[in-house]
Design a protein around this ligand. Structure first.
Ligand code: PLP
Length: 417
């Protein structure tokens, strides 16, 4: 076991994330940008065949030279490390500016791994009151009964986070922007509090993606990604990643992953390795389309409130501009229709393609969701209202279709309300 985990740490270390692969390789020009890195970072063509894409290794086990010696490739058993999944783990860590990452079956299993790795009975976590529904549920229903404590607080003011810290707080859990209310957390300010108080800071950055914002560049210790969303980007694969800033944190999450057997299949890793290469292109298109659609929505008489970090009306516009790169704010937005849940249901019933009615997000297809009657239907109305999920709350995930088609479809459906 000792040998296996040492070998595995070696296989996925950042130092190993080399770009040169043979003597014929002329090497790289220095300081390539994120756009180039998203395509090439962490990937080396196959040494044996020159295949430009990372091969899929479905083997469960890897031969040893002797009882205590592996073949110096860092692989022993696919729960501990798989060559295809390791490449994705290196690539994700590289893009997110971390030391290392673990890729697991879903976003939720990345969240569970994080809490399992850094909290035990008697420990306390300060967590946003406006997290992804599944995050809120696993804290309350899975971890609280094991004697871990959670304070759900409003993260829009970092002072609330500091005020909620207790002597037994080991973790601060941010999400920015939040699903579904598109609220931001000031990660630099919260990280400063975390550092000063000696507490770890983790951020679920699924809505932002590393193309819009990298939490680890804002003092955060660990990033959570639901790879199901923008990394995959095509409604094709489910996955999650937990990325660590330092070798020590990486060692801890890698051990937890191995103990839990919380891994990703090599086939899924192979698909993620390809689909994530277009993330930059997709996010640029989705950001510009979302801005155009939200500007249209703000002018429509059947729409009460639009929330998108690119709009001047967003209450955290200044933070959005400071925290998000290159004036990109992603493809997620929300609005309220006049007429509450009945209007929301009617909009879902009448809206035509290219909008698709379903629950995923972050894909090439534009998706529309009436949160109060769909994703958040089992939340108490009173609790829902407290975090701003009103009856007429509509979440949109803008795809890569022509934004004018998306606007025409929205206009037609809204005019029928
Ligand atoms: C979807 C989502 C998750 C959970 O990811 P899965 O891959 O569905 O398990 C976690 N956080 C956020 C912000 C999400 O949108």
């Amino acid at each position: 076991m000792m040998l296996a985990s040492r070998a595995c740490a070696k296989a996925v270390s950042r130092q190993n994330c080399v770009r040169a692969f043979s003597t014929a390789d002329k090497g790289w020009i220095p300081n390539v940008s994120l756009d180039t890195d998203i395509v090439h970072g962490g990937i080396v063509p196959c040494e044996k065949t020159g295949a430009i894409l990372t091969p899929v290794y479905l083997s469960t086990t890897f031969v040893q030279e002797s009882v205590d010696k592996y073949l110096d490739k860092g692989f022993s058993y696919s729960r501990t490390n798989n060559p295809t999944v390791s490449v994705l783990e290196q690539k994700v860590a590289h893009i997110e500016n971390g030391h290392g990452s673990i890729c697991v079956g879903t976003g939720m299993s990345a969240t569970a791994a994080c809490i399992n790795a850094f909290m035990k009975t008697g420990d306390h976590c300060v967590i946003t009151n406006c997290s992804y529904g599944g995050t809120n549920r696993i804290c309350r229903e899975q971890f609280q009964p094991f004697g871990m404590e959670f304070s759900f607080v409003d993260f829009t003011d970092p002072a609330n986070v500091e005020a909620a810290i207790q002597p037994n707080t080991t973790l601060i859990f941010s999400e920015s922007p939040t699903n579904p209310t598109i609220t931001l957390a000031d990660l630099d300010a919260i990280s400063e509090i975390a550092k000063r108080r000696g507490i770890l800071h983790v951020c679920d950055s699924t809505f932002a993606t590393p193309y819009v914002m990298r939490p680890l560049d804002h003092g955060v210790d660990l990033t959570i990604q639901s790879l199901t969303k923008y990394y995959d980007g095509h409604n094709m694969g489910v996955g999650g990643a937990l990325i660590a800033k330092t070798p020590e944190l990486y060692e801890r999450i890698k051990l937890v992953q191995n103990m839990h057997g919380s891994i990703m299949s090599p086939m899924t890793a192979y698909m993620m390795l390809q689909s994530m290469k277009t993330m930059g292109l997709r996010i640029r298109q989705q950001s510009s389309s979302a801005m155009k659609i939200c500007t249209f929505l703000e002018s429509h008489p059947k729409v009460e409130r639009v929330r998108y970090p690119g709009l001047a009306s967003h209450p955290q516009k200044e933070l959005a501009d400071r925290q998000h790169r290159d004036n990109l704010h992603g493809g997620m937005a929300m609005f309220d229709v006049v007429g509450g849940d009945q209007a929301a249901i009617k909009l879902m019933d009448t809206i035509k393609r290219p909008w698709t009615l379903c629950e995923n997000l972050g894909a090439t297809e534009s998706i529309i969701t009436a949160c109060a009657v769909m994703t958040h239907a089992n939340m108490l109305r009173e609790d829902r209202m407290k975090v701003g999920i009103t009856d007429g709350f509509i979440r949109i995930s803008v795809g890569i279709e022509d934004p004018d088609d998306l606007i025409r479809s929205l206009d037609e459906a809204l005019n029928q309300l």
